[in-house]
Design a protein around this ligand. Structure first.
Ligand SMILES: Nc1ncnc2c1ncn2[C@@H]1O[C@H](COP(=O)(O)OP(=O)(O)OP(=O)(O)O)[C@@H](O)[C@H]1O
Length: 228
């Protein structure tokens, strides 16, 4: 699904955020991306979502070279990937329902499809009672559930989450991880950058560890860190 070959990313200020990264993520996997701040996790995610281009090497998504996608193919790529961020990024003037519906409107879905699908995904994330609430009226965990609903509403093949539990307490974080696990068990590939050591150590998923722009460890059933 994701294939990176010798990818380096050097920003215009000369910072080398990725250094010769080669990596494959297969369909259906659940992968944690760990490493200290500045290791290059977000840069890697941005290359897959085509927010940044590699300076060297090749990045493929479903066999297609991401850097070579034509203008109209970029929205197609982004539709196949649902993004979830640490800081939620909900539209503050729209309700939970409208935030999720908006993600369908921008890809041209019809009114009837939206009316059918939005309540379904909001129920899937456990928010059927809160569909009319504004983001400011929701707890952090509930806001992140809206974000997950928004990320899955167009049936993406992959979810990329960049520190999705970074602003949440441990109990709420675990509730969300259970939700991600459920989504993954239905076949959606998940790549998650995180600093949540306990979650990574408990879930026993594949762990990719980055240090200074390189993949320094790639372990099935891995832990956050081998140092105690
Ligand atoms: N747009 C940019 N321009 C210049 N340098 C950048 C840019 N984005 C990131 N960097 C630098 O690239 C390096 C890697 O940053 P990146 O955000 O990918 O790390 P990260 O592992 O995601 O960190 P964190 O865990 O703090 O989110 C850092 O040194 C950062 O300062």
């Amino acid at each position: 699904m994701i294939q990176l070959y010798n990818v380096s990313k050097i920003y215009s200020n000369g910072v080398k955020a990725l250094n010769d990264v080669t990596l494959h993520v297969r369909k259906g996997e659940f992968v944690f991306l760990v490493g200290p701040s500045g290791a290059g996790k977000s840069s890697l995610i941005k290359i897959v979502f085509r927010e940044e281009l590699p300076s060297r090497g090749q990045a493929l998504f479903s066999g297609k070279n991401i850097a070579r996608l034509k203008g109209r193919e970029i929205p197609h790529l982004r539709r196949k990937i649902g993004m979830v961020f640490q800081d939620f990024r909900l539209l503050p003037q729209k309700t939970a329902y409208e935030n999720v519906a908006f993600a369908m409107q921008v890809v041209g879905a019809g009114k009837r499809a939206i009316r059918n699908r939005v309540p379904e995904v909001l129920a899937q994330v456990g928010l059927e009672e809160k569909t009319g609430m504004m983001p400011a009226q929701l707890s952090g965990g509930e806001q992140q559930r809206v974000c997950i609903a928004r990320a899955i509403v167009n049936n993406p093949v992959m979810i990329i989450a960049d520190e999705p539990t970074g602003n949440l307490d441990p109990d709420t974080s675990w509730e969300l991880m259970n939700l991600f696990n459920e989504i993954n068990s239905k076949g959606t590939t998940i790549v998650m950058a995180t600093h949540a050591r306990e979650i990574v150590d408990t879930m026993k998923k594949r762990v990719l560890s980055m240090t200074a722009g390189r993949i320094t460890r790639d372990e099935e059933g891995g832990v956050y860190s081998n140092e105690s």
